[in-house]
Design a binder for this molecule. Structure first.
Ligand SMILES: [Zn+2]
Length: 408
């Protein structure tokens, strides 16, 4: 395993210089979140890049690396995170340039979260790190049929359990326990992985090539695709991608799945998907839309949770009980995350995703990939960030905007 660590205090100071001085003077607390993920960098090799990234929650958000590790697909221990943990603790103790440091959260997908917290993987019994529901074995996998009959995990219970584990030396505990973190709440379920790349992709895949009961005909798939393509001219440039062919689903990126789940799906599926399947999808879509909206996520939190509970219960009826794996179950916890952080986008991996893709592009050959990465990152300029107010456009489809009083 090869590892490169960038001193967090120095990196933060460097990043701060990129913001206008008057903006920095106004803030007394600097809020950070972190991302830990495994990234395959070559198709032909089994080695993974394990970056620890930090995001600075100012406007605009800036993302930069703390530690870059090149290692196997599965890491045996968390030694690579030691220096990052020490740096975070030092910053929490001493602040930076007279400002306090606050940790918002650690964003990871489910396998990485289990690795970082040293807990059971999501595919095992008791695999949910948010509740203590025991899974049920169905068709060769663990499923979670309960939507409200379970106890939520707490930081206190988690830390107590880890103290016992440490005393009995039954298994190693997470080095992140050293930090003053809420080990449950500050490790949120990431909706980019769970809802977009997970649930949304699973549903579309079922409609395209799933069981006969829920599969669309070739003609219907074509009709949905035509509708999607006809929307391309109506998608403003705040979206990274335009809709594309439904049959390309295996290549859809998280941002395309998000667009389908929240915006286009409800239009293009109407009167094509059966009423039952459409209503079921709408429960998911509306709940997700509410939880993504900073003004509605808390106001309609209870309603969003009920919609997700309905969505999970109906999933069993429409797609079969083998469908209720951890991925679908995790939807029941999204309302708690939105409540804690204000909206799902405030604690998601989307902000780190672009940076991870950029890291991958920086590696151009298989020879000493880590050296290449560090070299290119150092070469990259740390130019000032452009903080500009958004402009109003007059041409379609970018000419729609909301006025202060809420009118479109
Ligand atoms: Zn759970």
């Amino acid at each position: 395993m090869e590892c490169v660590h960038f001193n967090l205090r120095e990196s933060l100071s460097e990043q701060l210089k990129r913001y206008p001085t008057e903006m920095i003077e106004r803030v007394s607390t600097l809020e950070l979140s972190f991302n830990i993920d495994g990234l395959p960098i070559f198709k032909s090799s089994r080695s993974h890049l394990w970056p620890i990234l930090c995001a600075f929650h100012l406007n605009p958000i800036s993302v930069f690396p703390v530690t870059l590790t090149l290692g196997p697909t599965k890491l045996k221990d968390l030694d690579f995170a030691e220096e990052a943990i020490n740096d975070i603790q030092e910053l929490l103790d001493n602040g930076l340039d007279g400002k306090k440091i606050r940790i918002r959260c650690f964003v990871c997908d489910a396998p990485a979260r289990a690795m970082v917290k040293k807990i059971k993987q999501y595919s095992g019994y008791f695999g949910c790190d948010k509740c203590t529901q025991k899974g049920t074995w169905v068709s060769g996998q663990v499923t979670y049929p309960e939507v409200d009959n379970f106890t939520l995990r707490t930081n206190e219970a988690f830390r107590a359990e880890m103290t016992i584990r440490q005393e009995n030396e039954t298994a190693p505990v997470s080095p992140f326990l050293r930090l003053p973190l809420d080990m449950i709440q500050q490790f949120p379920i990431d909706y980019m992985h769970q809802a977009c790349l997970g649930v949304m992709k699973k549903l579309i895949t079922e409609w395209v090539r799933g069981d006969r009961k829920v599969r669309l005909s070739a003609g219907q798939i074509n009709e949905v695709t035509q509708r999607l393509l006809s929307l391309r001219n109506a998608i403003p440039n705040c979206f990274a991608r335009k809709p594309r062919n439904l049959e390309d689903i295996d290549r859809w990126k998280a941002t395309e799945l998000r667009q389908f789940a929240v915006y286009t799906g409800k239009i293009v599926l109407k009167c094509i998907l059966s009423d039952q399947l459409y209503d079921h999808f709408m429960a998911f879509s509306v709940a997700l839309s509410l939880l993504l909206c900073p003004t509605l996520a808390r106001e309609h939190n209870r309603y969003s949770k009920e919609l997700m509970q309905y969505f999970i219960e109906k999933t069993k009826e429409l797609y079969g009980d083998h469908f209720l794996v951890y991925n679908i179950h995790s939807m029941v916890h999204l309302s708690e995350e939105a409540m804690a952080f204000g909206s799902l986008d405030a604690c998601s991996a989307f902000i780190f995703d672009n940076y991870l893709a950029k890291l991958k592009r920086l590696v151009r050959s298989g020879r000493k990939p880590l050296v290449q990465l560090v070299k290119r990152l150092t070469e990259m300029s740390t130019s000032p960030l452009s903080v500009v107010a958004s402009k109003s456009k007059t041409k379609r489809p970018n000419n729609a905007f909301t006025l202060a009083e809420g009118k479109c």
